[in-house]
Design a protein around this ligand. Sequence first.
Ligand code: HEM
Length: 107
Amino acid sequence: MSFVVVNVLSVPEGRGDVLEQRFSGRAGSVEKAPGFERFELLRPVEGTGDYLVYTRWRSREDFEAWTASQAFERGHAQASGRPAADGPAATGSTIWSFEVAQATDPA
Ligand code: HEM
């Protein structure tokens, strides 16, 4: 069963557009990482102001290999190496990880 890692991003009010623009210009290198299955940027609607970066992997090892890779570094060039002129869009980050216990697709 797959391994899911969610990065929970605290984004100050009014900064969601900036965050989404950064993701629109994302490196797109995660797609090529071995064992990568899915990415979703989830915009908060109700109950929280946090954005979720949802990723799904074939295994925990595949996720860990991606975080140690240059592809991860490239994917975060704006977030860390080259700070945007108007500062970071996210002010906090928490990582949650899960094993998929059960799943289904439409019948
Ligand atoms: C350590 C704190 C982290 C922060 C603040 C952060 C924030 C960001 C931001 C702002 C971007 C947009 C691109 C950019 O601005 O460079 C990005 C890209 C991305 N982040 Fe993170 N991130 C972090 C760690 C992680 C982790 C642990 C994951 C795993 C779920 C993750 C998943 C992704 C993915 C999949 C992309 C797109 C990369 C691509 O297109 O190749 N991030 N992140």
